[in-house]
Design a protein around this ligand. Sequence first.
Ligand code: SF4
Length: 308
Amino acid sequence: MLIGELKRKYGEKGLLYQVHLDLTYRCNLKCVHCYINERRTNELSTGRILRLVDEMYELKTLHFTLSGGELFLRPDLFEIIEYARSRKFAVRIKTSGTLIEEGHCAKLRELGIMQAEISIYSMDEAVHDAVTKVPGSFRKAMSAIEALGNHGVRVRVNYTVTKPNAGNFRDVIDYFKERGIEVSTGTIVFPFLDGGLKPVMLNIPDSQRGEVNRYKTGSRENPPVPAIDPVGPICGAGRSSLYIAPDGAVYPCVAWHKPVGSIAESSLKSIWEKSFVLARIKTMTMSDILPLREKSGFDTFCPGLLNA
Ligand code: SF4
């Protein structure tokens, strides 16, 4: 069964398909488009995270994404991955790659993670480092991609395209395509965690977004806009997936900052089954989104970006 189909079935059955946990908001980079504008210092303990893994197992969750901040700043990272793998979760990590060492790659391979995702912002070192605001970050990220590949870890490059780095998008796509490495292009930057819109100002115009997507897919046309069913469900946020912040606060998605509970105070199962906010989200349809889309002028159906 394809992943999309599986997710849909989970959503229909009211099951939690995937959880994205940011292990920390601490970071060694200072990316210009980063949505983390607060440095929440409270972080879940190792013990609470291992219990979260047990709770996800009980809820039949399949995918577990670990990110940050920079997750390699957590000394218990491998303990967490190891425990999640012992429970057979498909584990994905998202990192800048700047703290990855040779020994980490061997360990990640041994633990059988599904994928390591590394952020690259340009093939031009100066442009990449200007986005991260840390000199040397491009070289470290590229070394990590090479080392992970040499150890047989599946790598995906996450390329967020914004005004400062959109000029050479073809180079990034071509470089990794030629080497058989998947590139995911993100062409929408989300607001700050507190809803502030400063990062959104870095979004490229719709016309350029179309250009990037057409180049990536090798198509001359923009993909057709799918017909919208007003009574159809919204995206999977809160219906088949959840986002958890480092302090345990739970949200429907990393892009949708509507708090639905906290695993620092209760179990994931109780939030998933009893949160009133989540119950409302699970019944939302496109008819709740369409007026917001019209009002905002944004070309998106994302409830997070539309502040639903
Ligand atoms: S559409 Fe927006 S809220 Fe929904 S999953 Fe995607 S990013 Fe999250």
